[in-house]
Write a protein that binds this ligand. Structure first.
Ligand code: NAP
Length: 276
């Protein structure tokens, strides 16, 4: 019997996840179906209940339900506990297990697809919303170097920094919270835009000196060149990318959690790039 999976969000029509998981299933010979489901804003828990009753094996969760999914789980992985958000649910008899694959998706995209080890790299993480929280802990683990959280609203950056100060394993790491316009002449090897500023074509205020020689500029948004990526290109940044690879890598990790098989991501990223 075909095992059923889905991605749940609101809105959801734009989601590339059904296409990505179909490519993974074709490639690995796994007998699964995967669809996009629109849940009402006040109906996430009811939608999950229905899927469980209908025998679904798991689902991905996207905006705006990742925190609600985190609250709903009976069991959480350490990655989900750290992120305070869940993007992957696995349904087992009598329990829902929650994981978060966004952080590992980003780290894999940078380290494997761009052959850039994060170890020792100075990272600037722009943003302090759900996406930044979702990747912060794994970035710190991978980099083992000082990291700056740079956000429009200082309080949110400070609050994100506090999650590290209270973290059993990461509390001694150097994390600084800085508000827009106050970066000074600090330089970074990896600059990651985890804000939604690109959605409104808004610029991120960055000094021209922010990119160290050989730096990588990463925008978690995908589909078009954001003002942040344009700024990086105009200032000669060597490696520039949007978040399409992260999207595929986080999906591959979910697929692995559900099926125990790791799909090849490169052909899937290449196929999606052709459509852009
Ligand atoms: P969120 O929780 O709503 O947080 C939004 C963040 O963006 C906050 O830090 C906010 O700053 C900042 N922001 C919003 N508008 C801004 C503007 N005009 N100028 C400067 N900063 C602005 O959203 P999220 O869930 O973190 O998502 C952020 C982005 O990540 C989205 O574009 C999403 O598509 C992307 N994402 C991509 C992937 C992937 O797989 N590639 C995965 C997850 C998320 P304030 O705190 O000052 O409001």
């Amino acid at each position: 019997m075909t095992d059923k999976y889905a991605v749940i969000g609101n809105p959801i029509a734009h989601s590339k996840s059904p296409q990505i998981h179909k490519m993974f299933a074709d490639q690995t010979g796994q007998d699964i179906s995967y669809e996009a489901i629109l849940a009402p804003l006040d109906g996430f828990a009811a939608t999950i209940e229905r899927l469980r009753k209908e025998g679904y094996k798991g689902c991905n969760v996207t905006v705006p339900f990742k925190h609600e999914a985190w609250q709903l789980c009976n069991e959480l992985t350490s990655r989900a506990i750290d992120a305070e958000a869940v993007n992957t649910l696995k349904f087992e008899t009598g329990k829902v297990i929650g994981d978060n694959t966004d952080g590992i998706g980003l780290v894999r995209d940078i380290e494997h697809n761009f052959s850039t080890s994060l170890k020792g790299k100075r990272i600037l993480l722009i943003g302090a919303g759900g996406a930044a929280h979702g990747v912060l802990h794994l970035l710190l683990e991978a980099a083992q170097a000082p990291l700056v959280i740079y956000n429009r609203t200082l309080e949110k950056a400070v609050s994100l920094k506090k999650t590290i100060e209270q973290h059993e394993k990461l509390k001694l790491r150097s994390v600084e919270a800085v508000e827009f316009g106050k970066l000074g002449d600090k330089q970074f090897d990896v600059v990651i835009n985890a804000t939604s500023a690109g959605l409104t074509d808004s610029e991120i205020p960055l000094p021209v000196t922010v990119f160290a020689p050989g730096a990588l500029a990463y925008d978690m948004m995908y589909g078009r060149e954001t003002p942040f990526l344009k700024f990086a290109r105009e200032h000669g940044v060597a490696v520039i990318t949007d978040g399409l690879g992260m999207l595929v890598e986080q999906a591959a990790e979910s697929f692995f959690i559900w099926r125990g098989v790791r799909p090849e991501t490169a052909p899937v990223i290449a196929a999606l790039r052709k459509q852009q």
